[in-house]
Every structure is written in C-alpha cells, then in structure tokens.
Design a binder for this molecule. Sequence first.
Ligand SMILES: [Zn+2]
Ligand SMILES: [Zn+2]
Length: 327
Amino acid sequence: MRAAVLVEPRKILIKEIQPPEPGPGEVCIRVILAGICGSDYSLYNGKFDVSLPVIPGHEAIGRIEKLGPGVSGFTVGQRITIQPNFSCHECSLCRSGHENICPAKIRLGVDTDGVFAEYTKVPARYVWPIPKGLEDDVAVFAEPLAAAAHALKIMAPRKGDRTLIFGAGVMGLLTLQLAVLEGAEVTACDLNQTRLALATRLGAAHVIDADDQTASADNTFDLIYETCGADSALAQAIQFAAPGGKIVVLGLAGKEHPVSTVLIVRKELQIMGSMIYTNEFPHVLNLLQSGQLQTEPLISRRLPLDELDRALHQFGSPERVKMLVTI
Ligand SMILES: [Zn+2]
Ligand SMILES: [Zn+2]
C-alpha cells in the first residue's frame, strides 16, 4: 500500500509498504478521506516525544476492509469513521468514565501508525458507522467536533451568557457553532481577519481583533472557550473573564506562560481543562447529519496524499482552516 511516512521531523516520504493485518478485536480500514489536524503539524515539527518513523493522521473516513479474529457487528465495505484514541479500559480513570485522560492511552497517528495511508488498523470498539446520507466531507469533522462537544459537556453556555471563543480555527469555529445552538451570544477573538469574517458568517454576534489594543474586553465574558493554544491565551482569557466567569481550555499551549492568580481569586473564576472526548462520537455524527452545523466553509483545501509533506510545510499560513487529504 502507499503510505505517508514521517521519517524524521519535517520530512514525509510516500512509501510502498505492507498493509496492516488486523489482530484480534481489530479491523483493517481502507482510508478514503483524512483531515489534517494541528496535532499532525506538531508531530511533523518534532514536538512529540515519539519514535519515528510513523504514519501520521487520525481524522478519517474509510470503509471496512477486513475484520480481525473475534470481531462482529461490522460488514466489509461499511463506511465508518474512527475515534482515534485507544484507552486501556482497565485503570480507575477508564472505569469511572474518564478514558480520555487514561495514562495508557494510545494515540492513532502518533503512538501507532495512522490514517495517511491506503489502509490502517484500529480496535473495532473505536469504529463508528457513518449514518446514511452523511457525506464524507462532512463526516470527516466528527473527530474535532467530538472534542468541541466535550468542551460544552464540561461547561455549556446558558441562554444569554456572554460567551467568548478564543481562536477562530477549526476548533474555535466548531465550538462557536455549538455555543450558538445553545442560545449563547457569542464573540470570537482571533488575529486573522479572514477567520473573524468566517466566525461572523457562522453565527458570531461580535468579533475582537486580538491585535487591536483599543478593543478592551476586560471583565466582560461569563464563559470563555480557549481553543487556540497560544501560550498567552489563558492569561488574556483571565483578563477578559467577568467576575464569577468560567474558562474552558481546549487549546494545548506550546509552552508554559504565567497567569494572574490574583485575578483568578478576586474574580472567583473557574478554569477547566477539556481533553479530547469520551462518548461524544454517536451524538456528533447525528448532529452533523442533522445539518445544523456548517462545515463546508471550514474546508480551505483538498489535496492528494503526495502533497502532504508540502501542505504541512505551509501549515502555518493564517488563512488555513481545515485541509482534507484524498487517499
Ligand atoms: Zn484532530
Ligand atoms: Zn485506562
């Protein structure tokens, strides 16, 4: 099979390799379409402490190619998507419903070969059938949308909450749409005008240019979702939070940054982390099928597997939102 292999940081080669053979409880999947995620970019740049070579990629649509021993409930050819973090199901966190923070979790496309290849293998329990009529281009958003839905499960806006979405990339624009569906009045904050225009189109009532020093939004927001992962984002969110405000952090910052503990105490803020997802996949697939969310405007480019290396080289472009790879 053809596979995009990360052989060293910032170097992906298209190689011809043996397709994976599904073991007990696993299925082999013929990948059709894959999404490029911010974490793929971090891995590409050598920011993850993992051994190379590895086939990156974890957001995918595909068809069941082969069932491993003991797998039932799927048919060959069935269209599916993958929940790409595999937990141990034995530790106390897994047993109490917190499998997203299982310390033994295996990340597809990071710890094990991922989806930027013609075939991949995954545990059958992490495979979700795609509802009839839901197109590949839409269903491929299930993984980032599940992470956004998890953030709203951590803390959902109440009607009329002044809600701020920090960062108008894929995660921000999906979280924004979920918050709007909950009836929140949403403001989006980003450095990039194209992304802010997109936020307005997707339901933001107001936008803040993060570069514009005159836009003072201090002490304004009841609920803030930090989705961008910029090092200073939490510090700024703490400034922007209203007294009694809540901050949900989904963005993974590259490095530590000091925050004002004084403001956290004086405003009695609640700050909560939100890590990927637990049981959100069936819900978000139904939500995507319902047509209540817009995903087409989030697609900035489609490319073949051969161009993956070049696409990741250019990933830093501020205009980019979601790039899809046809395999
Ligand atoms: Zn992702
Ligand atoms: Zn576990």
